[in-house]
Design a protein around this ligand. Structure first.
Ligand code: 13P
Ligand code: SF4
Length: 387
């Protein structure tokens, strides 16, 4: 298995689009008067609104976005690249983020006060990010303090977390990571302390610690915020090298070892390429693992005639298959596997958001309060400064 080298509870997904859920990182209502999805002029309207805004707007598109949306992105990328792109555009008055809420929050933190970040649909959250709530994380930290280990624990949060979790990490001398730099972030963390508290994706944390850093599975323990004391004894916490938060991605959690074995039996010579949010047994059985940007690069560079089974979100896999008719590219799972919240951003929402901006109104602006933003930025800047 080759892993990408670093390059240059609340409940979510419920009643999407209706009401609000104060326990999640996102709102769940689009207040707008959206154009009808059947409007044949949507593409032209999006083009016209974007042209009218000119350099005032910069549209970022995550690789999991729909085709109808991604065609309007000025830049596409994984969450690391998009964070850097947002930070590198101080002249754009509006950043329209076609991605999910935690990404737009990070863009707001990394851009200037004068810039406005817009998420075309507030229901575009992330169920994994919702699995770590600040009060739960603080409770865990108090437990570490009462055991006398907090001073040796470095908190690391995956980009896929709310701004207040990033703020917690920044306040406590930790760092943010993405799927493209998790190993570098963990190596940095083990230079600062003797233990890592990894939030909120247990799989990225475990896969990086075991498959990249050489830890044993037994060095990792799983902190379950829904069980008293996280479901861990004092001994387990004292002995652990990596304390993993019990969170996961509902999309990548669906890829199974069975699917890997099945595709290997069906397609001779197939290469299995997966995202590190997949479960440990799936990543261990895969041939290549890395971020969305890495997945695209590997397929781009693959020889004609090669066969690939890709374990990540379906919009991206479909686009890769269409872009490379000379390679055999299949989806690793048998069942459809879209990220339903990424898919909330569709052409009607994008048209609505752009036309609102043309009309002088700023729709669905994502703002992070100053104190949270300050500490979250500390943790994000540490990440951006990693080698
Ligand atoms: P990347 O950082 O690889 O783009 O992944 C983001 C994400 O949400 C994957 O589920
Ligand atoms: Fe969140 Fe998973 Fe969707 Fe990524 S794919 S945004 S981790 S739910």
């Amino acid at each position: 298995m080759t892993w990408a080298e670093p390059s240059s509870t609340a409940t979510a997904l419920l009643l999407l689009g209706r009401g609000t859920d104060p326990d999640t990182e996102k709102g769940v209502e689009c207040p707008g008067d959206l154009p009808a999805p059947s409007d044949p002029d949507l593409v032209e309207r999006a083009r016209a609104a974007k042209a009218a805004l000119g350099d005032r707007v910069f549209v970022l598109g995550h690789h999991y976005q729909r085709d109808e949306v991604i065609q309007f992105a000025d830049v596409t990328g994984d969450s690391f690249k998009l964070a850097r792109e947002a930070a590198a555009r101080p002249d754009a008055e509006f950043i329209v983020f076609c991605g999910v809420h935690f990404m737009a929050e990070s863009a707001d933190i990394l851009t200037t006060d004068a810039q406005r970040v817009v998420l075309p649909d507030l229901a575009a959250g992330c169920s994994m990010a919702d699995m770590a709530v600040l009060a739960q994380v603080e409770k865990a930290w108090e437990r570490f303090a009462s055991l006398g280990i907090a001073s040796e624990v470095v908190p690391v949060t995956y980009m896929n977390s709310s701004a207040d979790i990033k703020g917690f990490v920044g306040r406590n001398d930790g760092v943010v990571c993405t799927s493209s730099n998790a190993e570098t972030a963990l190596r940095w963390s083990f230079e600062q302390g003797t233990k890592v508290f990894f939030l909120p994706d247990q799989h990225l944390g475990r896969n990086t610690a075991v498959l990249k850093m050489g830890f044993e599975l037994a060095d990792c323990v799983l902190y379950d915020p829904h069980r008293p004391g996280g479901g861990l004894t004092d001994e387990q916490l004292r002995g652990a090298k990596v304390i993993l938060w019990k969170g996961h991605c509902s999309v990548h959690g669906r890829f199974s070892l069975d699917a890997v074995e099945d595709v290997r039996a069906r397609v001779p010579g197939v290469n299995v390429l997966v995202h590190p949010e997949c479960r440990h047994e799936v990543v261990t059985a895969a041939d290549f693992v890395g971020s969305t940007e890495y997945i695209i690069r590997v397929i781009d560079e693959a020889p004609a005639g090669s066969a690939w089974a890709v374990g990540t979100e379906l919009n991206l896999v479909r686009r890769l298959a269409l872009a490379h008719p000379d390679k055999q590219i299949t989806f690793l799972e048998r069942n459809v596997c879209y990220c339903s919240t990424m898919n909330r951003i569709d052409l009607p929402h994008l048209v609505w958001a752009l036309e609102e901006l043309v009309a002088g109104r700023v729709p669905n602006q994502i703002t992070v309060d100053a104190s949270t933003a300050h500490y979250a930025r500390v943790a994000l800047d540490r990440m951006l400064a990693l080698p």
